[in-house]
Design a protein around this ligand. Structure first.
Ligand code: MN
Length: 387
């Protein structure tokens, strides 16, 4: 029996790499659903090649074009975010891979868990925003959440066979991004082009900016809290510029396990799809002689203020990570639209976190309201240049 996969966000970087994995294992996996927000040309190409049962375009304005482009094929075509939340519940779907950007991943992930689908989680914002709701729903429905994020996949792989052994600490590795070792002065002058030029990973724009600002690692620390049930004091970040050690777990006896390999997202994607098995791949192999030195250094929270904000949000709990995430999404968008400087992003986020209404035990509706309120506050701060 082939596993039937729904890919949410199939035209993004993770979505495309997921299709690369499936293309090489057509005997094991089949594409049942493809969804994209806007990128209709790539979606059409993918639909023609993989012949899914259903495709959904988030942007309703593009429905007619999508429908007519696929009219010669037996593919059902839908549009809108409600449709995305519905198709993940289809009987035929086994695994839902969530690779959409930002807050938009939350609702369909909840629907997929309620329908008891295996979640391959690439949308870290889902856990950052509402980790309490997602993890308790998953527990209640006995649904596994398999991490696709490389660091979390690494930790997950290190924990195989360690079910009853307590974690003393985990170390999330960070490449440090393109501005590792730089000071605030340097950061205040960096351009969009510099920020989008990541040394090790080729990724979508949003996560590439998050990596440069270290917000990505902050989001990942919160993601790890929920995935592995750890408090902030058990989650450390260590900068490792070569991106070969993808993360580490330290157990009570002091022993440490690491997962290593070349930086290639297809590996964690494939592991999530094939789990608990490992299957063959022809991805390039690590060669020790090409990496005679693996180095590690401290992350500088004074320069990369986002890291400090993320740990504050994690310890504060409630809707604070949701506030931070919303402000960050607005800040990154404004930076990409040349409306905000690089170092000002952290200022906008910090200010939004101090202004938005704090809720200690938020419901799902509270999270929706928090997201909307925080975006509004962040936009006001940016427009009034009051950061
Ligand atoms: Mn990552």
């Amino acid at each position: 029996m082939k596993k039937q996969i729904a890919i949410l966000g199939s035209t993004g970087s993770i979505g495309k790499q997921t299709l690369e994995v499936i293309r090489k294992h057509t005997g094991r996996f089949e594409v049942e659903v493809l969804t994209a927000n806007n990128n209709i040309d790539i979606l059409i190409e993918q639909a023609i090649e993989f012949n899914p049962n259903v495709v959904v375009i988030g942007n309703k304005d593009k429905y007619e074009k999508l429908k007519s482009s696929l009219s010669h094929l037996p593919i059902k075509v839908f549009a809108g975010s409600d449709a995305i939340s519905q198709v993940v519940q289809m009987e035929s779907v086994d695994i839902v891979l969530t690779a959409m950007v930002g807050f938009s991943g939350l609702q369909p992930t909840i629907k997929a868990i309620e329908a008891r689908k295996i979640i391959a989680l690439a949308n870290k914002e889902t856990l950052v925003v509402a980790g309490d709701i997602i993890t308790s729903l998953a527990l209640q429905n006995q649904v596994p959440i398999l991490p696709v994020d490389s660091e979390h996949s690494a930790i997950f792989q290190c924990l195989v066979g360690e079910l009853n052994n307590k974690i003393e600490k985990i170390f999330l590795t960070a490449s440090g991004g393109p501005f590792r070792g730089k000071d605030i002065d340097f950061l205040s002058k960096v351009t969009k082009k510099q920020a989008l030029n990541h040394p090790n990973w080729k990724m979508g724009d949003k996560i590439t900016i998050d990596s440069a600002s270290m917000m990505n690692k902050g989001l990942e620390a919160i993601e790890a809290k929920w995935l592995f049930g750890l408090n902030a004091d058990k989650i450390d970040v260590i900068v490792h510029p070569q991106s070969i050690v993808h993360s580490l777990v330290q157990f009570e006896d002091g022993s440490m396990k690491a997962q290593m390999g070349l930086p290639d997202m297809r590996l964690p994607i494939q592991y999530a799809l094939s789990y608990p098995n490992r299957i063959t791949s022809d991805f390039p192999r690590f060669n020790f002689l090409e990496y005679p030195q693996l180095t590690f250094e401290k992350a500088d929270e004074n320069v990369f203020g986002n890291l400090r904000l993320a740990y504050y949000a994690m310890e504060k709990g409630g809707n604070m990570p949701c506030i931070m995430n919303a402000a960050n999404e607005i800040a990154v968008e404004s930076f990409l639209n040349d409306k905000l400087g690089f170092v000002q992003m952290a200022g906008v986020i910090e200010k939004t976190m101090s202004k938005a209404s704090f809720v200690k035990h938020p419901s799902f509706v509270d999270y929706l309201e928090t997201d909307a309120e925080s975006r509004k506050i962040a936009i006001e701060i940016i427009e009034s240049k009051n950061f």
